[in-house]
Design a protein around this ligand. Structure first.
Ligand code: GDP
Ligand code: MG
Length: 163
């Protein structure tokens, strides 16, 4: 069976853009199961011959911070279930935010290897954010641009040892 890689991060960091980049032109399967899984999208991804199932999530895309802990617990049950690795995406242009730190703390409690991804790193505008990402304590971030397709080779280098 192909390994499963789940994309996690706060809203607007570029998770869905990365998902689309990894899935390419292939049709993304919409998971229409009722309940909390309905906001997941799954697709077949290939980077340089490395094949995996990729899952896009929207579990933290809730404006009400009061509901976040409950949401995270729900996601603990469903999203990481069966995942072989997680891509934790931050926005290099925005830098590390309190919600990024909260997600990082939660991810550290999960039994799944995490690869930190600093997206929107095209040009120089993301340089400070990429550096800041080290403060999350999740190792060296993979700097990439999902929108422009830059850094995908570095994503491969970081991902293949995990899956
Ligand atoms: P999600 O909420 O995490 O799924 O984020 P989206 O994929 O919907 O993207 C949020 C916004 O960030 C959109 O306006 C994207 O066009 C933009 N975006 C995504 N990836 C990049 C990138 O690599 N560079 C830049 N500059 N913008 C990006
Ligand atoms: Mg999205």
């Amino acid at each position: 069976m192909k390994p499963t890689v789940i994309i996690i991060g706060r809203p607007n960091v570029g998770k869905s853009t990365l998902f689309n980049r990894l899935v390419g032109k292939k049709l993304a399967l919409v998971d229409d199961q009722p309940g909390v899984t309905r906001d997941r999208r799954m697709g077949d991804a290939t980077i340089a011959g490395l094949e995996f199932t990729v899952v896009d999530t929207a579990g933290w895309e809730d404006d009400d911070p009061e509901t976040l802990p409950g949401r995270m617990r729900q996601q603990t049950e469903v999203s990481l279930e069966g995942a072989d690795a997680a891509l934790f995406v931050i926005d290099a242009r925005a830098g590390v935010t309190p919600l990024d730190e909260e997600i990082a703390r939660w991810l550290r409690t999960q039994p799944v290897p995490v690869l930190l991804v600093a997206n929107k790193a095209e040009g120089r505008a993301g340089d400070a954010g990429v550096f800041e990402a080290f403060s999350l304590g999740m190792g060296e971030p993979v700097a990439l641009s999902a929108e422009h397709g830059e850094g995908v080779a570095d994503l491969f280098d970081g991902l293949w040892p995990l899956i």
